[in-house]
Design a protein around this ligand. Structure first.
Ligand code: PEP
Ligand code: MG
Length: 722
């Protein structure tokens, strides 16, 4: 049948030229579209040819027809999925039927007078993977249109889609409301992958290319161009694969799949045929891409969707080869919001990170590569935004709100204003957080515990040097040996004690064995090599102990100077507040110190007389109790009064709710294990500290053993993320 179709005889090239001429002429858009449907109908020997375009409302409207009743033009409207035309739009691929009225989706529209037509072929007008309308041909007789006819009509549809959306036609009043691209404000709900807020301009990761020239002047030359580019692409991918000799598992599979696709005959043939029919190589890539997107984009099977991702990447690479722009890095606007279906681990490296302000993804998960990388780079990211890429165009203004896990597309001015205010508050809190940072507690005893024998001066110096190098100028607080209690050394004779936690441990041992403590201080001074140094003594229980320990530091500085070695540029010596006795002697202690740090693990153990390592004691007492929090408040107040820097360490500082209570008490330096940093940071950024402080005072007056519930309620009331 195809052979008898006008298209097969005259070829799509000549038809495409006629269409182009019809569209290029002067006159109203309506007249041009009427001419186009007439030309197609004649060329395809079809009794009916109609164009439906999508209105902003989402409805498909009959815009031009040859064969149906002219009164139906601009009257017949269909919802996506309604009738066969709506169905074509919904599925995004051709619908080819021999007996249309018998199809379950058929919707009868009396005004069109279409009753006698049986054969029906509809193809979507695709632009950037999005259907902007539908092109239909119909014949009276029952028949199936041939493969080539379907193929030809798709090419015509693609050219038509580009022409309808060209700025020249858009300016015309008749096409004003046609939804070439969505333009209304929209709000999509997704999932938070990386916290933060951003406002900027949409940059499509898989950018739909609108080729400058759709029709080639010389098909044979174009075919050669395509072949050269495809060959270059294939060898590039082969090389990538060869260069990955050591690569195994998933990463290798990803590359290998690329390779298979690049060499895939079906893909190559599709491109060649499109070029032979008169398209430029770039337009051929776009046509094959649109078709894949429309077909695979619907697939629920995650494997198939992944393959689409591979194909997208391949198409992009091929376009780069065609433009000779093989190593190009995408130029970004200053406030770019990257829009993608999903991102691979290396994808973000293609972009200038200083300009990338946010990321919106249609799929993915917080644990995906994209989520992990976005968090690592501190770029706000919202994912799982269904329908995202269909609703946003390159250059659209967009908002990334990872606090509410939403994306605002083309937001109204009031939304942008409110967001900017929130961004400002966030920036202030971020600055506060910079102060509220971990100063880096280094527990020196671990080196001693894992060694076979007592580490010598050189070994200690070497380790401390490494720690300081790694900190790269960030302050590190070295805590002198906190041995004894539950931390025993296999190579050191220790007497058995009935109550080791209350026994010969920490600074007590250091003061009784000055050689050990002095060697450690000497190693620290040496490792500092004239830089800043912070030393802290654990489990100080009386001011005399601190005074004695500090004297050792002074002696060691003098010793170094005497030998011509540099003293630290600045030396801060602090005490850990872990023994409750100090709470009643802070007035004497604090002036002697450069800083203090509250060791909440030990302080709670001694306050409640409950072994911190005994599981039966674990839930018996709550640090979120008036007793414990008043003790902490006493320390905070005394430090504030004397201007003594104070930090809080121990497990408490790394848990968001407990950290919230600490912040509410007025502490602004927390030291925590790495796992706590993310959640606590989020808590701090969402916390109005003044309001927290004002409200917590009353809770401390409570008469219960635990005020955890009350603190939780307060956090919720203040919208704090705990
Ligand atoms: C503490 O006691 O809170 C502390 C930080 O030190 P450690 O857990 O090492 O005793
Ligand atoms: Mg301790």
């Amino acid at each position: 049948m195809a052979a008898s179709g006008g298209i097969a005889v005259r070829g799509p090239r000549s038809l495409l030229r006629q269409i182009r001429e019809a569209m290029a002429g002067a006159g109203p858009a309506q007249g041009k579209l009427d001419m186009v449907v007439r030309t197609i109908a004649i060329s395809m020997v079809a009794e009916v040819c109609s164009i439906y375009l999508r209105r902003a409302s989402g409805d498909l409207e009959l815009f031009a027809t040859e064969g149906l009743a002219p009164e139906a033009v601009h009257v017949t409207r269909l919802k996506p999925g309604e009738g066969l035309v709506g169905e074509t739009m919904r599925i995004g691929r051709p619908l080819n039927l021999s007996d249309a009225p018998n199809h379950p989706a058929f919707a009868y529209r009396p005004e069109t007078g279409e009753d006698p037509y049986h054969a029906f072929l509809a193809v979507p007008l695709l632009r950037g993977g999005r259907s902007i309308g539908v092109l239909v041909v119909q014949n009276r007789t029952e028949r199936i249109y041939g493969e080539e006819e379907v193929e030809d009509l798709q090419i015509i549809a693609m050219v038509l889609a580009e022409m309808v959306s060209s700025s020249e036609l858009l300016g015309l009043d008749e096409l004003k409301d046609v939804e070439i691209a969505p333009h209304k404000p929209e709000r999509l709900k997704g999932a938070r992958f990386a916290e933060g807020l951003a406002y900027g301009v949409a940059v499509l990761h898989e950018q739909p290319v609108a080729p400058e020239q759709l029709l080639s002047d010389d098909s044979a030359a174009e075919e050669i161009r395509l072949k050269v580019a495809v060959t270059a692409l294939q060898s590039q991918i082969d090389e990538m694969l060869e260069g990955q000799g050591g690569l195994v598992g998933a990463s290798y599979e990803v590359l290998d799949t690329y390779r298979l696709f690049a060499h895939d005959r079906g893909w190559n043939r599709g491109l060649e045929e499109a070029v032979r029919s008169g398209l430029t190589a770039e337009a051929a890539v776009e046509r094959v891409r649109s078709e894949h997107r429309a077909r695979l984009g619907q697939a629920r099977d995650p494997y198939l969707r992944e393959r689409l991702h591979d194909l997208e990447d391949l198409n992009d690479r091929l376009l780069r080869h065609l433009s000779g722009d093989v190593h190009a890095v995408r130029q970004l606007p200053d406030d770019a919001i990257l829009i993608a279906r999903n991102l691979g681990p290396a994808d973000l490296l293609e972009y200038d990170r200083t300009k990338l302000k946010g990321i919106l993804l249609e799929e993915g998960s917080a644990a995906s590569h994209a989520g992990i990388v976005a968090r690592a780079l501190d770029i706000p990211c919202v994912g799982r935004l269904a329908g995202l890429r269909d609703r946003v165009s390159e250059g659209d203004p967009v908002v990334v709100d990872a606090e509410t896990a939403e994306a605002w597309l083309r937001p109204r001015p009031d939304v942008v204003k409110a967001l900017k205010a929130r961004m400002e508050v966030r920036a202030q809190r971020k600055a506060e957080f910079a102060r509220l940072r971990d100063t880096g507690l280094f527990r020196t005893e671990f080196q001693f515990m894992v060694a076979e024998e007592m580490p010598r001066l050189e070994a200690q110096t070497a380790l401390y040097e490494k720690v300081l190098e790694a900190a790269n100028g960030m302050p590190v607080t070295f805590r002198t040996l906190d041995l004894g209690g539950d931390k025993l050394l296999p190579y050191m004779e220790m007497e058995r004690e009935d109550n080791p936690a209350l026994g010969w441990r920490a600074i007590r041992m250091g003061l009784d064995r000055p050689a050990l403590l002095r060697m450690q201080i000497r190693a620290l001074i040496k490792a500092s090599r004239g830089r800043e140094l912070r030393i802290m003594f654990p489990l100080v229980a009386s001011v005399d102990e601190f005074r004695a320990a500090r004297a050792f530091v002074d002696q060691e500085v003098a010793w170094a100077l005497k030998r011509g070695r540099p003293a630290p540029a600045r030396l801060d010596v602090g005490a850990m507040i872990e023994a409750p006795s100090l709470l009643w002697h802070l007035d004497a202690l604090l002036p002697m110190t450069d800083f203090v740090s509250v060791g909440t693990n030990d302080l709670m153990q001694y306050l409640f007389a409950a072994d911190r390592g005994n599981p039966r004691m674990a839930d018996r007492y709550d640090p979120l109790s008036p007793a414990a929090l008043r003790a902490l408040k006493t320390i905070q107040q005394a430090c504030a009064d004397t201007g003594t820097p104070v930090s809080v360490c121990g497990e408490m500082a790394g848990r968001p709710l407990e950290a919230f209570a600490l912040v509410a008490l007025g502490f602004d330096r927390l030291s925590m294990p790495p796992a706590g940093v993310g959640p606590v940071k989020q808590m701090v950024l969402s916390c109005d500290r003044e309001a927290a402080r004002r409200n917590v005072e009353a809770l401390l007056k409570g008469s219960g053993g635990s005020i955890r519930g009350e603190i939780e309620t307060l956090a919720r009331k203040l919208y704090v993320a705990v």
